[in-house]
Design a protein around this ligand. Sequence first.
Ligand code: BUP
Length: 471
Amino acid sequence: PVGKETHIALFPSSGMGHLTPFLRLASLLLHHHCRVTLITTNPTVSHAESRLVSRFLSSYPQVTQIHFNLLPLDLSTVNSTDPFWIQSETIRRSAHLLSPLLSSVSSPPLSGLISDVMLVSYVLPVAQTLRLPNYILFTSSARMFSFFAYLPTITSISNVGSVFDGEDLHIPGINAPLPRSSIPPLLLIQNSLFADMFFSDSLKLSKLDGVLINSFKGLETESLETLRSRKLMEDLPPVFAVGPFEPCEFEKEEEDSHSDSDSSTALAKWLDEKPDGSVVYISFGSRTALSKDQTREVGDGLVKSGFKFLWVVKNKRVDKEEKEGDLEEVIGEELMEKIKENGFVVKNWVDQGKILGHKAVGGFVSHCGWNSVVEAAINGVRVLAWPQHGDQKINAEVVEGSGLGMWVRNWGWGGEKVVKGDEIGEKVREMMESQSLKLKARDVGEEAMKVAEAGGNREEMFKELIGDLKR
Ligand code: BUP
């Protein structure tokens, strides 16, 4: 009804790859006059997450925060050593405690809950008990969502390998088949947390009220069309292509607290002095640390490419574990000297939104975490895909298929082999020198702008979503 205020609770899972799109979604919902309540878990895994949450809350004082204290998890009951997976499982197993917290939200009462795709099995029963519409934000590509929705309808957790045996997987309504080599490796490990989550959550999709995806026509035209028209399967809930999510003001201000402000000023100055489109930016995301050998080969490759480069180096999966002096130790003095001629190296973190939006940056060597792909797309920056794990090969297929970038398939998953500097340098050069790639990436960027402008397709999607929530 007219006049009813839409009040939405948001519940992200762990890691920057999940938190960031949730906060960008919050910002878009506020822009569309919704009231927002954010559920924040205590503790978080990384410093990056807690800093981003406090930045967000101080920028938007009108947002209500629900502090959600997690129950301790018995580690002997989880088959993972990855702190982000463990945290995600901790959130799942604590989810029943949400019920009293959500039911106490009253002025105005909640219209719906948008929770993380990784929490479906545990959050949906809570929402059902409270008679609260439950939507999810799928934090990867529409292509990955098609795979997620479809695979469990044709096989069981113990037979994933068999549907691929020697073949590609054909997903209804999607032209480019999915090769066996692209499936997230953890899916082939039956008792991994990921495989368990993937299967149990996927089979509950039809019970949800809707699925939000940070993607857009122009980047994933076919997959989105297939999902929205229910060509993939009849009982899918409505899919809303609410992307592209662009980096927000509250993220930019955070820069100084991540790295020391002297080095961020030096970086800004370094970039400002470079010609348009001349710099390659290299980052493998917030939760991938390359091996020492691979890190050195990357450095060697960047030097050999002959291009100017800005390189974010991580040597620990979790930022809290990084120590002073790590960078020099990993890269080594000799290589560090060569790097200084053409490169700028930052340990652990930069304001990526700002970097990709800088006119000096022309190319991006990326692991293809989905947020990074969308950020490159918004800015029309071409990508050299180097998927490391999880959904990243499926996202790299989107990069290649949309024209946003190129992918050297035989580099395999991160850590599978050490790719040599000579080859890295050659491919970086190929990406930077390709006129056709440059133009195609620019087209994708223009499409993103069109979708995101006032009156564009993204606004239509938000109107549809909010209309749905008001019913
Ligand atoms: Br590293 C890094 N600065 O230095 P993805 C990341 N980010 O702003 P991930 C920075 O974190 P999953 C840095 O812009 C993006 O929004 C980046 O998300 C930002 O990859 C986010 O790209 C990272 O999806 O997550 O973190 O590997 O494994 O969940 O895909």
